[in-house]
Write a protein that binds this ligand. Sequence first.
Ligand SMILES: Nc1ncnc2c1ncn2[C@@H]1O[C@H](COP(=O)(O)OP(=O)(O)O)[C@@H](O)[C@H]1O
Ligand SMILES: Nc1nc2c(ncn2[C@@H]2O[C@H](COP(=O)(O)O)[C@@H](O)[C@H]2O)c(=O)[nH]1
Length: 433
Amino acid sequence: MKFPGQRKSKHYFPVESRDPLTNELNPVIQPRHTHITGIDQTLVDIEAHVDEEFIARHGLKKGNSMLIDDAAAHVLYEELQQQNLITEEFAGGTIGNTLHNYSTLADSRSVMFGVMSRNIQIGSYAYRYLCNTSSRVDLNQLQPVDGPIGRCFTLVTECGERTFAISKGCMDKLTPEYIDENLVKTGSALVLTAYLMRAGDDPITDAAMTAIHYAHEADVPVVLTLGTRFLIEQDPQFWRDFIADHVTVLAMNEEEAEALTGHADPLLACDQALEWCELILCTAGPSGLYMAGWTEEDSKRETSHMLLPGAIPEFNQYEFSRPMTRAQCEKPMKVYSHIAPFMGGPEKISNTNGAGDGALSALLHDMAANDYHKLNLPQSRKHHISGLCYSSFAQICKYANRVSYEVLAQYSPRLSRGLPEREDSLEEAYWER
Ligand SMILES: Nc1ncnc2c1ncn2[C@@H]1O[C@H](COP(=O)(O)OP(=O)(O)O)[C@@H](O)[C@H]1O
Ligand SMILES: Nc1nc2c(ncn2[C@@H]2O[C@H](COP(=O)(O)O)[C@@H](O)[C@H]2O)c(=O)[nH]1
């Protein structure tokens, strides 16, 4: 497990290089490792640059992710091929991307539950999916199916917006027996997407609910990313109840946040959604990102950054506090943080595909690092108070933002490598420039 956020460690990280005093108290020869788990619809992104007329002609809605049937997929694919519009084909799926990016950043194991074609031809989509996934993502639990994985036509229009048309294949055929109870229960987090709930009669929804049940039994945080506003605005009350009943950490963009809460202001949306869950990551495109959560009143920490105006005045006052669940607090108080895009964003953004998933993988890294540190150094001062994360709200914002930038700069939703090694301190080497 790498240190989250590539900054100088004040606590012992990696855990082997500890203070000689604590070594005597509790010698650890081999650190104990942690992992996270996730469920996804196994998908390959087929990226093409098209105009808005193309989107409308194929009955799609700009910015949405829509399911299309085999006939529509055939027509779409034929046209893309004939006009030579396909620019890239790479492994996708919102949770697949998040697990891959987590494993790349943390240099640590994640486990993916999903399906995979039983017979794989070299060069097929299934083959590409496997080739384009980090070897730190454990794919041994995948359920074999007799058919293709899904295809996600990722149609990028001139403004950089991406519209998804999903040809399902067998991506929703995952059954609950393929969810390994022990792996979920021993994980640092279980990560899911709202897309898993739109599978109709296919079993992946039951598989997700089974995993959620295992996670709750073992007190493992359940992390949900909302996917697209179009899905949420169909039935916001369903999602509010779902989050209140099942979700610990919620990730969304500002449009999904508005669909969920009715608030266009991301800060007010976060404030509202905090009534239903414990921690929120809300990305807001060119406006950067917000985090909101709970901390213990008695251990809150004041920021040294400028106090920010907003719908909640000086909302970032305690952003140096660490996120906790309400159950971990005697006197819970709400904390908010915001950050503008790293270095103002890359000079050129060809598309924003996967920027939000990238931010979430950084948050997951911080959560898993906390678990890892606690498992190996339970007596550390860090764990006198139980927290959800290793770092403060402000520090996680920086890290998440930095990772989004990297995804935007490299034209693919999956990181090809971790953050640059020279960036051994975000504050000194990079951030303050
Ligand atoms: N146009 C942009 N300029 C600068 N940074 C951006 C831009 N779009 C996205 N980002 C960065 O990427 C993060 C995630 O982007 P966003 O578009 O909100 O995610 P999603 O893919 O979930 O819609 C933002 O918080 C910001 O840091
Ligand atoms: N599991 C699913 N993933 C989907 C679906 N529609 C799109 N996607 C994936 O989202 C990422 C991009 O994420 P974002 O951060 O830009 O929102 C992309 O790689 C697609 O594969 C879906 O229905 N299910």
